[in-house]
Design a protein around this ligand. Structure first.
Ligand code: ADP
Ligand code: TRP
Length: 326
């Protein structure tokens, strides 16, 4: 049955930070809405995280956290593979082989490397080779589709290029993957009206307690413009920052009524918003609290075993073609 489905694969880099509702509506939810339609593979890109994370404790904590987040937000490991990159040594092995096929100037064009060196900082060799490890991640599994954000578009092109270089040198072996660039469905605004982002400190935490949600919502900036007639359609509507977030949790029809009844009563509106966000988050928060380290380990171990079956079969073919198999 799954045989006709296209294969989708994407990686999550465990580099830390708690998720906020902008991440949820902009990245997590679009992924969760689509992965079931494909033969999907999701993995923890822990080897990639080593290009920046320098503490074992931190990497371990980040890895548990991100898997827990995905499971709590609704990712179902019985519907897709979920594994840890470092459990499948074929990724690093293929990366080396691909590195031997591409040139230094080609890798020097990669944004991550260029940005680092443009700032006058030194890049480690892992960061330089990052695109080939990512190419290996993708092409090992005969991936058709790679859903990623715009910032990863170039990396998917590197993967296509690496597949094509290998195929030209050794004969048709790898599929050339397609990127599926996930456009942010909508930019979720933060408590100050700018894009919600951890770097602006204007976030509402996705797994926050009710107190944390309340604190964030109470800090939403409302301005003291004169109370305008109805309301949110007007750009200068004073509670527009509250409304913009509220829209994610209730229909515009319901909101129209609520905002009309509470015109000028920003505190009431914020209290309603707190209740609405909490009602949405509470089940995920409770689910997350029940996901122990052992549950995470078990899910990953199961996924890694399956992933290795696929990856090692592919690498057998590769080793044969390039002359490593005697
Ligand atoms: P941050 O800006 O908080 O550092 P990241 O850059 O780590 O967030 O984003 C992770 C993912 O979440 C990306 O796919 C990004 O597009 C999405 N995302 C982050 N913030 C928002 C937002 N305010 N609205 C919509 N999507 C967002
Ligand atoms: N580079 C990606 C990021 O920073 C993570 C990643 C690693 C990935 N390998 C991948 C994404 C393979 C898609 C496919 O987000």
């Amino acid at each position: 049955m799954t045989a006709q489905k296209k294969r989708l694969l994407t990686g999550l880099k465990p580099t830390g930070g708690s998720l906020h509702i902008g991440n949820y509506f902009g990245a997590l939810k679009p992924f969760l809405d689509m992965y079931g339609e494909y033969d999907s593979i999701l993995f923890l890109a822990d080897l990639h995280a080593l290009t920046t994370v320098r503490s074992g404790e931190e990497l371990r904590a980040n890895s548990f956290a991100i898997v827990r987040d995905y499971l709590a937000a609704g990712f179902d490991p019985s519907k897709a593979l979920l594994f840890k990159q470092s459990d499948v040594p074929e990724h690093a092995e293929l990366a080396w082989i691909l590195e031997c096929l591409v040139t230094v100037p080609f890798l020097m064009q990669a944004h991550a490397y260029k940005d680092r060196t443009a700032k006058g900082e030194e890049a480690n060799a892992g960061l330089f080779n990052y695109p080939m490890l990512m190419a290996a991640d993708i092409i090992l599994y005969d991936t058709d589709i790679v859903p990623v954000g715009e910032d990863q578009r170039q990396h998917v092109e590197y993967a296509r290029e690496a597949a094509s270089k290998f195929n030209n040198a050794y004969g048709a072996t790898f599929k050339e993957p397609q990127g599926k660039i996930l456009k942010e469905v909508a930019v979720v605004p933060g408590t100050d009206g700018r894009k919600m982002s951890k770097s602006y400190g204007n976030t509402i935490p996705l797994f926050g307690t009710k107190d944390e949600i309340a604190k964030a919502v109470m800090s939403i900036v409302t301005d003291s413009l004169p109370v305008l007639p109805v309301t949110h359609k007007n750009e200068t509507f004073p509670a527009k920052n509250v409304y913009a977030i509220h829209k994610l949790f209730r229909s515009e029809d319901e909101l129209e009524k609520i905002y009309e009844e509470n015109r000028g009563k920003y505190k009431n509106l914020k209290e309603i918003l707190i209740e609405d966000i909490d009602a949405f988050i509470a089940p995920m928060r409770e689910k997350r609290a029940l996901i122990t380290d052992d549950v995470v380990r078990e899910v990953l171990a199961h996924g890694s075993e399956k992933a290795r079956e696929i990856a090692s079969a592919k690498m057998k073919e590769v080793r044969q073609k390039i002359g490593l198999e005697l």
